[in-house]
Ligand binder design. Structure first.
Ligand code: SAH
Ligand code: ZN
Ligand code: ZN
Ligand code: ZN
Ligand code: ZN
Length: 435
């Protein structure tokens, strides 16, 4: 399944303009292209489908529009903001949260939810930590909501403050947004602001239209239309010298091309806020993503580099911090800022390589031959003279394939690169990076 970016005049599903895909088999494109939902890779979540060359009748178009309207959330963002205002006026004993509907309940609505599980006595602290109150949407293919561990979230926030940023465009990072909002409400001197863009509409119950936009990062779709777009544009305008950085942690589903296209549009939005277009600079960005997507990200953003910092998560058993034999997180920070400015914590074993001019993980040795610190996963890599580069410690050179790979592999060739790591010789299902 290969894909093409969002194009004008494309059909829409409830998640905005669809993306154009093409069927591939054995690395060969089969020609017939089709539109499918940009956000939901699981057909169960959104079954929108249309052949590119399909003629769609007026009746079907009308039915589809109707369907799209009916599949919007039951309350608008505006209504949710009003509901919140009423909710906080309630005494603690009347503050209920329906766990099944993931919704704050007003007393008049209790009846309707009477056979649902609910939490009572919702405190102000809970309201300010929605990522703790809401259950994470773990559906791998669609939402893949993996929340930052406190350690990683604090690290990110302190890092961007130390770098001098005062505004954070949080794209798919509800927990970072929450930490910023919480601090801003508690500490007088704390002057960082955040705008959350996320497809998870549950957050509209807790944030105003200036704090949250319902947004699809696979097709750059603002569900709130022009008003929401304008909120984002205003936020990106650097008033009083308040510098902006975008931080994003998308689902790892693999639509790197679609993500890159949306992020370029957000960058363009930032550029347009200044008459001089920021002297052709790029909006500073942290893109948090697994290391094995490095080549794919660099294809779209050649100015980016990958930092060694291991980002870890609360609700992901595999993606927790290394140390004492636990699994190491493969998730890294990709950024267009100068690598030497990204200071990684020495108490966690990171050190500065003066030759590479960046912080690296403790196991990452500087290779004389490559003239760089080559490890991607934190383990010490070994140099292969035949490949003329460093490879994972577990790999061996295969003279058949003419490259280093896993000892156990089948030497069949495919000319099309892997969708995950971009390398030839295997398909995404067999990508050694994912094993
Ligand atoms: N680590 C982050 C959460 C990352 S999980 C944190 O703790 O803040 C991925 C996030 O992207 C989730 O919040 C999810 O709701 C959001 N997301 C998933 N698909 C999306 C889409 N198509 N558009 C926008 N946001 C999306
Ligand atoms: Zn959809
Ligand atoms: Zn080095
Ligand atoms: Zn090397
Ligand atoms: Zn080799």
């Amino acid at each position: 399944l290969a894909l093409f970016g969002p194009a004008p005049g494309v059909p829409s599903c409830p998640h905005g303009p669809a993306l154009l895909f093409v069927k591939t088999s054995q690395g060969r494109q089969e020609g017939r292209r089709f539109y499918a939902c940009s956000a939901c890779r699981d057909r169960k979540d959104c079954n929108f489908f249309q052949w590119e060359d399909e003629k769609v009748s007026e009746t079907r178009l009308a039915a589809r529009e109707e369907y799209n309207r009916n599949h919007q959330p039951s309350f608008t963002h505006r209504q949710n903001v009003d509901r919140y205002k009423n909710f906080v006026l309630l005494p603690l004993s009347k503050r209920r949260f329906c766990q099944e509907c993931q919704q704050l309940l007003l007393p008049a609505e209790w009846e309707k939810h009477s056979d649902h599980q609910f939490l009572c006595n919702i405190t102000t602290t809970q309201l300010k930590s929605p990522s703790q109150l809401l259950y994470p949407l773990e559906n791998k293919k669609t939402n893949a909501q993996y929340l930052f561990a406190d350690r990683s979230c604090k690290f990110l926030l302190n890092l961007l403050i130390d770098l001098g940023f005062r505004r954070v465009l949080s794209v798919g990072t509800p927990r970072l947004h929450e930490m910023i909002q919480l601090k801003a409400s508690q500490e007088k001197e704390f002057s960082v602001r955040s705008l959350l863009l996320d497809i998870d509409f549950r957050y509209s119950q807790f944030y105003t239209e200036d704090e949250f936009c319902h947004y699809n990062m696979f097709n750059h779709h603002f569900f709130g239309g022009e008003a929401a777009r304008e909120t984002c544009r205003k936020f990106l305008y650097e008033e009083n010298g308040e510098r902006v950085i975008m931080v994003t942690d998308p689902p790892f589903g693999g639509l790197v091309e679609a993500l890159a296209s949306s992020f370029k549009k957000l960058m363009a939005m930032w550029n347009e806020t200044e008459k001089e277009g920021h002297d052709n600079k790029e909006m500073p960005m942290f893109w948090i993503f697994p290391y094995f997507f490095e080549s794919r990200i660099l294809d779209f953003f050649p100015s980016f580099s990958m930092m060694d910092y291991q980002v870890d998560y609360d609700n992901h058993a595999l993606y927790k911090h290394g140390k004492t034999g636990r699994r190491q997180s493969p998730v890294r920070i990709f950024t267009n800022l100068t690598p030497s400015m990204i200071v990684l914590p020495e108490e966690e074993g990171y050190r500065f390589c003066t030759i590479c001019q960046r912080y690296v993980s403790s196991g990452n040795q500087h290779c004389e031959m490559c003239n760089s610190c080559t490890s991607k996963d934190g383990r010490r890599w070994k140099h292969c003279v035949l490949c003329k580069k460093c490879v994972k410690p577990s790999w061996v050179h295969c003279s058949n394939c003419n490259c280093c790979t896993l000892q156990k592999h089948s030497c069949e060739k495919s000319d099309v690169g892997c969708f995950v790591c971009g390398k030839a010789g295997h398909k995404r299902s067999a990508c050694p990076s994912l094993s």
